[in-house]
Ligand binder design. Structure first.
Ligand code: URA
Length: 190
């Protein structure tokens, strides 16, 4: 991690800006290269993430890793950074409440400022509605790139949704392949 990112993480570790801070086991700040060109944003930590302090390490994380590897951008390959809308686990894996997302978002914004990704991929409805469009519908708008503030945003299926509904895996893979093509177009070499 760059020094600025290390500092940000240690500030974030003290965060009690919403009630989720009181019930977390570990803060799940984010993982990957602070120089990543592609930032993936999920919803919030689940049980395994809360226990291990790292995003997407449970069953849905294994599926995410599979897609990342299939398109040649493995989690530890220096090209990606993975974070969430909220950095502490919502109890019983419920959706984060709007006010929890709101109070956590400044941390993500600061991560974006430090990383300066060219592409942000929103994993699932919660991230896409926060970062792309409050009316975003994953089934209708997945895989579409749109530019906002000099960054290309794309929303795709949340891996947990794919575990529940494997019929959507084909579409999700096509989105990751579209990401790969976009990286080539932007000369984000690997
Ligand atoms: N689901 C998410 O949205 N994020 C994680 O880190 C794990 C599961």
């Amino acid at each position: 991690m760059t020094d600025a990112m290390t500092l940000l993480k240690s500030e974030c570790e003290a965060c009690q800006n919403c009630p989720l801070g009181a019930t977390r086991t570990n803060l799940v700040f984010g993982v990957g290269s602070p120089k990543a060109q592609v930032l993936f944003v999920g919803e919030g930590p689940g049980e395994q993430e809360d226990l291990q302090g790292e995003p997407f390490v449970g069953r849905s994380g294994q599926l995410l890793d599979k897609y990342l590897e299939l398109v040649g951008i493995p989690r530890d390959g220096g090209k990606v950074y993975i974070a969430n809308i909220v950095k502490c686990r919502p109890p019983h894996n419920r959706d984060p409440k709007p006010e929890e997302s709101e109070s956590c978002l400044p941390w993500l914004r600061q991560q974006v400022r430090l990383i300066r990704p060219k592409i942000i991929v929103c994993l699932g409805r919660i991230a896409a509605q926060r970062l792309i469009d409050p009316d975003f519908r994953v089934t209708r708008e997945h895989g579409v790139f749109r530019e906002k503030g000099g960054i290309l945003f794309m929303g795709t299926f949340h891996p947990a949704a794919l575990l529940r509904n494997p019929a959507q895996k084909k579409d999700a893979l096509a989105d990751f392949q579209a990401l790969r093509e976009k990286m080539e177009e932007l000369r984000i070499e690997n």
